[in-house]
Write a new protein. Sequence first.
Length: 105
Amino acid sequence: MKNNFFLLLLFVLQSAFSQEKMIHGVIFGMGNDVSGINIVNLVNEKSAVSDSKGEFRILAKPEDMLIFSAMNFQYKRRIIAESDMLSSILVISLEPKPNQLEEVV
């Protein structure tokens, strides 16, 4: 009985101090296709992929670092702030990656 009480207490304390929540975000890419962009939370190792409108959902808490990567965009990092947790949508703007071609002969 004491073990069950201890486990229940541990679970309640862990959930009370854990501030993780599902963050809804949208990615803008200066006219480029924003579908299929990989989003990774480096702290809890959760990941997501943006849909055709650039929208995504990922589990995060303040001070977590999100990484945004895709073939046609520059790599971007974003640390989640308290204000991001309070806002309804996290807006991310990505810079297109220049496509350098070799010389044509």
